[in-house]
Structure formats: structure tokens, C-alpha cells
Design a protein around this ligand. Structure first.
Ligand code: SIN
Length: 316
């Protein structure tokens, strides 16, 4: 199967799937495929190649229901439980609702902290999901976009000296506590009950592309092992700012039936919170695909300090 470069920016494969990059470093829109139907092996290969290259791929006009969403995900990996800490809904245990007020998921405490900061999904686990697939159902007429950043590009932009130093370091990832809000206590109880804490390398090797990726995010990482608090805070704050330089990022404007599929091994993402300044609703659903332990540039894997690896949901 070949990929033909037709008009420089648009790749049409002989499967009929089109891959149109959205920025230089990250993001591509994929067309010519109906995700409600089972994909051919070649279509899966093209989408996976696009994901590896562009880190996040977007699809438009894909009116999937929950089951079709899960089936789409299964062609790329094993779905995890909806959320390892907040649990799942009985009928579709793989589906995690991401709604403005988080009302549609009984076991998930209401949003005491309005969504999250820049992050990679569930890096408190020793085997964070490798991929996440988010499907839009209710979308505001404007606002409520999502951004992703390419952590391999961010790594490549550092000096060789900084790259070597970071390659020797590891950091601790855990859930933040909620400090205020009416449901803070319930939220903290859930997080404490699971007590997921892991030590990951600060630079990981992507298992499919071999790229070196910065592996840190301000939502889950609190300290770098072996540095003083002042050293660790300064370095982390520098890296978090560096990672989200505009040229490493893409911003996606959702429509109903849009889908974003991203690689958690090489990206961070951010749900922009402007929608909280409006009365607009926003409702999306996510399926995450099980991942392996990240591996550092020294060949050493991540280590669990507390809690169990994330499990999968087998096909019934
Ligand atoms: C997520 O953080 O996984 C969801 C991002 C979003 O709601 O845009």
C-alpha cells in the first residue's frame, strides 16, 4: 500500500483515505472513511501511520453511537475501563463522558475543579492509555475548543545538553487533590481510595516511532526525583512552558460528530475553559486504549509506587 503525495499537503492513499495535515508539527484531518463500519486492514494501517506521524487525527461527520465508538477503538487496541478512578457506567463500561457539568455519570463527582490543565491522560498509572478517542455530541456554537501539543517536537527543540540531562531524570505522577468546591471531599476520597502513583522517565522512547518524547505534564507531575524542591519546580515550570509553545500545538474546533484520536505517548492536551464563561453546553464521550509502561532512554521502564496497572475490558 502506498501513500501518494498529491498536492503537497494532502495525502490520498490507495485505500481512498485522505490525510490532510493541519499544522507543520501536529494534527491531521482524515477523510474518505466511514467509522461506523468495520475498517479494512489497510485503512487501519493508514490511520495508525497518520496517528504516529501527526500525533492527533481528526474526523468530521461521523455520527457514531456508543457501541460504534467502542468498536472503532477496538480496531486499534483494547479499551480500558472508562476511568480507572471514577469508574464506569454499567451498560457501556468503556465510555467516559466529558460533559460541562459532569451530570451524566453517576459515579463521577461533579466538577469541583473545572476540568483539567494541560495533561496526558492518566499518567498517575504505571501504564497510561496509549490512545484516546473523543467524540463530540453537543458542541457550543463557538468556544470549547481543544488543543494538543507534540512532545516529540518539544524534545527536539531543546539543546543536546538539556536533552542529555533530562534523559537521566524521572518524575512522580499522581492525581492532584481538589482544594475547594462542594464536591471536593467526594472527589478526594475517590482519588485517595485508588492512590495511583507512578514514577515515569522524563524522556520516553516512543514504542512505534522510536522518537524521544518529553513526558511531563502539570496536571499529574509534582516532583522530579533526586532534585531539591526549588530545582524541581524551576525545571518543571520551564518544561511545561516550553512544551506548549504555539508551533508545537494545534487547536481543534469541534462540531457535533467530530472525533479526535490522539497518541498519549507523544502529546498533551487541554480543554479550553472559555465555555464556562457562557451558558453553552458541551458534551463529549471518550474511549481510552490500554497502554504499556513507558520506557526511558536508558531502557528502564516506569515503576508503580502505588495502585494497580489499568486493566482492559475484553470483548463480550
Ligand atoms: C480530555 O481531557 O480527555 C478531554 C478534552 C476535552 O474535553 O476537550
Amino acid at each position: 500500500m502506498s501513500i501518494m503525495n498529491s498536492i503537497n499537503t494532502d495525502f490520498i492513499t490507495d485505500t481512498g483515505v485522505t490525510v490532510t495535515p493541519t499544522t507543520v508539527h501536529i494534527g491531521a484531518e482524515i477523510g474518505g472513511v466511514d467509522l461506523r463500519k468495520p475498517l479494512t486492514g489497510d485503512q487501519v494501517t493508514v490511520i495508525r501511520q497518520a496517528l504516529n506521524q501527526w500525533k492527533v487525527v481528526f474526523f468530521r461527520n461521523q455520527p457514531l453511537d456508543h457501541q460504534q465508538h467502542i468498536n472503532f477503538g477496538r480496531q486499534f487496541g483494547d479499551p480500558t475501563v472508562a476511568h480507572v478512578v471514577f469508574g464506569s457506567d454499567g451498560k457501556y463500561p468503556e465510555i467516559y463522558p466529558i460533559t460541562k457539568h459532569r451530570t451524566s455519570f453517576a459515579s463521577r463527582p461533579a466538577a469541583t475543579r473545572i476540568w483539567t490543565d494541560w495533561h496526558t491522560d492518566i499518567t498517575a498509572a504505571v501504564n497510561p492509555p496509549f490512545g484516546s478517542i473523543l467524540r463530540a455530541v453537543t458542541i457550543p456554537p463557538y468556544g470549547g475548543d481543544t488543543q494538543w501539543t507534540n512532545m516529540a517536537a518539544a524534545y527536539r527543540a531543546l539543546s543536546p545538553t538539556m536533552q542529555s540531562f533530562l534523559g537521566t531524570l524521572r518524575a512522580i505522577h499522581r492525581f492532584k487533590r481538589a482544594d475547594s468546591g462542594k464536591d471536593a471531599q467526594a472527589y478526594n476520597e475517590k482519588v485517595n481510595n485508588k492512590a495511583l502513583i507512578s514514577e515515569h522517565p522524563l524522556v520516553t522512547v516512543h514504542p512505534e516511532t522510536g522518537e524521544y518524547c518529553l513526558y511531563t505534564n502539570s496536571e499529574f507531575v509534582q516532583e522530579i526525583v533526586g532534585l531539591t524542591k526549588a530545582e524541581s519546580d524551576l525545571l518543571l515550570n520551564y518544561l511545561w512552558e516550553h512544551c506548549i509553545r504555539p508551533e508545537f500545538t494545534v487547536r481543534f474546533h469541534w462540531q457535533a460528530d467530530s472525533i479526535a484520536f490522539w497518541d498519549n505517548r507523544s502529546t498533551q492536551h487541554l480543554a479550553i475553559r472559555d465555555v464556562y464563561d457562557t451558558d453553552f453546553d458541551r458534551e463529549l464521550y471518550r474511549v481510552t486504549l490500554n497502554g504499556e509502561r513507558p520506557i526511558g532512554v536508558d531502557g528502564k521502564p516506569s515503576k508503580s509506587l502505588s495502585g494497580q496497572p489499568i486493566g482492559t475490558i475484553k470483548k463480550p
